[in-house]
Ligand binder design. Structure first.
Ligand code: ASP
Length: 592
């Protein structure tokens, strides 16, 4: 085959993007540049769909007008890069294409420059073609050209801008913090960077800018934010990435409400650029309320809450002594088959629950109590109504929570199973809420000790200071999560700003003074130099964009993501390095 003759751009300038031309431009001349999206050769005429990030315009090459131009157009294939000069013409009413923004017009080509050719792309650019994810990630630069990826990357940029704009308007300063630093307190494994100049020592990549943003408060920059990369070496699940982006902020002299008043308009603005309206304030639930009504610390408010009803069945032994009995209502499921009810019972039993799946039978045995259950839950005849109690002995540090959490899982499972009937889990219905007053500590079964539920710099509730040592299980923190549709978007807290309180918390966590000093000495010292009261939060940008883009995987909204195994298939990272580099770093490997 003859090689395609390629042209240079020279002084030629693009006048319009491919998404821009409208009926009002008819008669104007225009120069477009972009990629050949599709080509149709009808003998006398060639139609090309030319694509750039803004959209698609139809080009027409007429053979009778200019046979040489027509011959050149015949050389074009998918994904060639071209420039075209021509005149904008109205399409006839029957040929208007309402599927594209420029569908009322076409560009009648007068000149064509072939700027580059393309090998046959590894997969077609069309939206609805199913391509294996490995192939998409290997050829990510091609994949990113596909319309839905262009849309997601553009949306991400708009959301980041909305965040910057809102926070800057509210007086926040964007301040950078180091990537090469020491271990931070988020509790995952660190990524380490060996130092060549100081052999045997390592920097840690930050799991978050937590300590630095607190130090910035000590330095008097009372409103800080950053859209920042964080690094955590965790066992990867589908919705995690080893490096991810946070909208991180911190402010001095805040109340919890002050922080909410910053985040709410920021999130509202982010939703607005994605085309959604959400209210200007979000409801608040305490952790205890969330547990008692939803059995989870990130409730999905699109579904109705459940209700504790043990008070209505005194002496009936439907649940173990002193533990909750929960009435779960899933709207509009209609009657379930025997098999479906057995599945639900089995799912409950797996979680330690005793599930009463037959309200008719309960109504026979406890008519009055069941009438009150129906009033309390609002369950109608079309709804699924389950009662769930605990089958065995109380378990865990907060046993009632163990039961409520199992019921929360059962509720979600049943709701997801019958979503096609009630359709409440609409991905475009965004129900934001704040969950506040989390427990300060989480029990670590393996290590047999308390860990900080958020991080060790979180303040304890003023009334709960004595519980720090007396009853850590019941000690509440001044911490909060932002949640949407059952997903945790971010967490934050009012921090400890006094050295004496920080020491107490460290000791409740079982850190010795020495250990605390070794890990976070510089922060502890900074608290002694006039640290103001301060607090903040960090939201996952990737997750926010994923939800607003209606995607199910973070990889759809991160331009160059890692696979679930932490690898980059395009540039083949992580990779081995030359022996010389290791020698310079003084590193040799021994088998694990
Ligand atoms: N550094 C915390 C985190 O990454 C957020 C915060 O407390 O502001 O979860």
């Amino acid at each position: 085959m003859e090689p395609v003759p390629l042209d240079f751009l020279g002084e030629l300038r693009r006048t319009h993007t491919c998404g821009e031309l409208r009926a009002s431009d008819a008669g104007k001349s225009a120069v477009l540049m972009g990629w050949v999206h599709r080509r149709r050769d009808l003998g006398g005429v060639i139609f090309i769909h030319l694509r750039d990030r803004e959209g698609v315009t139809q080009l027409v090459f007429h053979a009778d007008a200019d046979p040489a131009l027509q011959d050149k157009a015949a050389l074009l294939s998918a994904e060639y890069v071209i420039a075209v000069a021509g005149r904008v013409a109205l399409r006839t009413p029957e040929t208007v294409n309402s599927a594209i923004s420029t569908g009322e017009v076409e560009l009648v080509a007068e000149k064509l420059w072939i700027l580059n050719e393309s090998r046959t792309p590894p997969f077609p650019m069309e939206e609805n073609v199913d391509v294996k994810e490995e192939t998409r990630l290997k050829y990510r630069y091609v994949d990113l050209r596909r319309p839905h990826m262009q849309r997601n990357v553009i949306l991400r940029s708009k959301i980041a801008f909305a965040v910057r704009e809102t926070l800057t308007r509210l007086g926040f300063l964007e301040i950078e913090t180091p990537f090469m630093t020491r271990s931070t307190p988020e509790g995952a494994r660190d990524y380490l960077v060996p130092s060549r100049v100081n052999p045997g020592t390592f920097y840690a990549l930050p799991q978050s800018p937590q300590i630095f943003k607190q130090l910035l408060m000590v330095s008097g920059f009372d409103k800080y934010f950053q859209i920042v990369r964080c690094f955590r070496d965790e066992d990867l699940r589908a919705d995690r990435q080893p490096e991810f982006t946070q909208i991180d902020l911190e402010m001095s002299f805040p109340q919890q409400a002050t922080i909410f008043e910053v985040i709410e308009p920021m999130v509202q603005q982010a939703c607005k650029v994605a085309g959604y309206h959400v209210p200007s304030t979000f409801p608040r639930l305490t952790y205890a309320e969330a547990m008692r009504s939803y059995g989870i610390d990130k409730p999905d408010l699109r579904l109705p809450p459940f209700h504790c009803v043990e008070d209505l069945f005194p002496g009936a032994n439907l649940t173990s002594e002193g533990l909750p009995l929960v009435a779960i209502r899933i709207p509009k499921t209609g009657a379930l088959s025997r098999k479906e009810r057995d599945e639900i019972k089995a799912a409950g039993a797996e979680r330690g629950l005793r599930v009463f799946d037959d309200p008719k039978r309960l109504e026979r045995d406890f008519p009055e109590a069941m009438a009150r259950v129906r009033t309390r839950t609002g369950a109608g005849e079309e709804d699924l109504l389950l009662l769930a109690g605990w089958a065995g002995e109380a378990k865990g540090q907060r046993p009632e929570e163990t039961v409520l959490m199992a019921c929360g899982q059962l509720r979600l499972l049943a709701a997801q199973k019958y979503n096609d009937r009630h359709k409440l889990l609409d991905p475009e219905n965004f129900q934001f809420l704040w969950v506040v007053d989390f427990p300060m500590f989480e029990w670590d079964e393996e290590e047999n000790r308390w860990n900080a539920a958020h991080h060790p710099f979180t303040s304890v509730h003023d009334q709960d200071l004595d519980l720090l040592t007396a009853n850590p299980a019941r000690c509440r923190a001044k911490s909060y999560d932002l949640v949407v549709n059952g997903v945790e978007l971010g967490s934050g807290s009012i921090r400890i700003h006094r050295r004496d309180v920080q020491t107490k918390v460290f000791s409740a966590l079982g850190f010795t003074e020495d250990e605390a000093r070794r890990r976070f000495g510089f922060l502890l010292e900074a608290l002694e130099y006039g640290a103001p009261p301060h607090g903040g939060i960090a939201l996952g940008l990737d997750r926010l964009v994923m939800i607003l883009a209606g995607e199910r995987s973070l990889r759809e909204v991160i331009p160059f993501p890692k696979t679930a195994k932490g690898t980059d298939l395009m540039c083949d990272a992580p990779s081995e390095v030359p022996e010389r580099q290791l020698r310079e770093l003084g590193i040799s490997f021994r088998p694990r």
